[in-house]
Ligand binder design. Structure first.
Ligand code: IYR
Length: 229
C-alpha cells in the first residue's frame, strides 16, 4: 500500500511517523532494564557544589518539554537558576514559608509521616546545588491580545516534571521535588509574568559524598496495578 509522507487533517499537515519497535523478547529486556535504571532513582537532599555544564540543564529541560500537553500548548516555563545571589534569596524565602509550614500548617500525622524521611524547614540544597530548576505552569496565554486559558495545565506540567526527573536521573545527576507552600514568592523573586504559577522547585546536581537516603520499599506491582484480561 502506498504510504504518503504526509496527509492533510482539517487542513493541517500530518507527517508520517515511524516509532522504532522491537521483537517481544527484546522489548521485555529493554523494559526490564529501564525499570532497573529508574528503580535506582532516589530523592537526594544533600548536594555537592560541583558544577554541572549548562548544556546538560538545557538538554534535560528540552526533554521535559517533549511531554504531551493539552492541545499541545506546552503550558510550562522552566527557570534554571545558577546565580548564587538568586539561590540565596530563594532559600531564605523558602525557609521562611517552611518554618511556618512545619510549625503551624502541618498536622501531627503529616509530620509523623515525614519523620522517616528526615525533612525539616532547613533547605541548604537550594544554595548548595549548582542549579535550581523552578517549574512554572502557564495558566493562560495571550494570543493576539486575547487571554485564553490553557487546557489540562496540572496534568501537563505534572507529566513534564516527571520527564524532567527522568532526564536528570538519566544524566547521572540527582534531584528532589521541593514544594515550599505557598510558593508564590517565586513569582516575585524570579520576576515571572502573572500567567505563571510556581509548581515545583528542583535542585539539580551531584550528591554530597557520602550521601544517605531513607531505606524505603516500593509498593509491589499487585499493590499499584490491577489487570483486566
Ligand atoms: N513541602 C515541605 C514538606 C514536605 C512534604 C511532603 I508530602 C514530602 O514528601 C516532603 C516534604 C518540604 O518540601 O520540605
Amino acid at each position: 500500500m502506498e504510504k504518503p509522507d504526509q496527509v492533510l487533517v482539517n487542513g493541517h499537515t500530518h507527517i508520517l511517523y515511524n516509532q522504532n519497535s522491537y521483537p517481544s523478547n527484546e522489548m521485555i529486556h529493554r523494559s526490564a532494564a529501564f525499570f532497573e535504571k529508574m528503580d535506582a532513582r532516589r530523592s537526594v537532599r544533600e548536594y555537592s557544589d560541583r558544577a554541572v555544564p549548562k548544556e546538560v540543564i538545557e538538554n534535560i529541560i528540552k526533554t521535559a518539554s517533549t511531554a504531551p500537553s493539552g492541545a499541545h500548548k506546552q503550558p510550562w516555563t522552566f527557570c534554571a537558576i545558577a546565580s548564587k545571589d538568586l539561590k540565596t534569596k530563594i532559600r531564605a524565602a523558602a525557609e521562611k514559608e517552611e518554618i511556618e509550614t512545619y510549625t503551624n500548617r502541618m498536622s501531627d500525622r503529616w509530620k509523623n509521616d515525614l519523620s522517616s524521611l528526615g525533612t525539616d524547614a532547613n533547605k541548604p540544597f537550594i544554595e548548595d546545588a549548582p542549579w535550581i530548576i523552578v517549574a512554572f505552569k502557564r495558566v493562560y496565554e495571550y494570543e493576539e491580545g486575547i487571554k485564553h486559558n490553557n487546557y489540562y495545565v496540572n496534568e501537563s506540567i505534572g507529566i513534564a516534571s516527571g520527564m524532567l526527573i527522568t532526564a536528570i536521573h538519566h544524566a547521572g545527576l540527582v534531584t528532589l521535588t521541593h514544594t515550599p507552600s505557598p510558593m508564590n514568592f517565586l513569582t516575585q523573586v524570579l520576576n515571572r509574568p502573572s500567567n505563571e504559577r510556581a509548581y515545583l522547585l528542583l535542585p539539580v546536581g551531584y550528591p554530597k559524598e557520602p550521601v544517605y537516603v531513607p531505606d524505603l520499599d516500593r509498593k509491589k506491582l499487585d499493590e499499584v496495578c490491577v489487570f483486566y484480561e
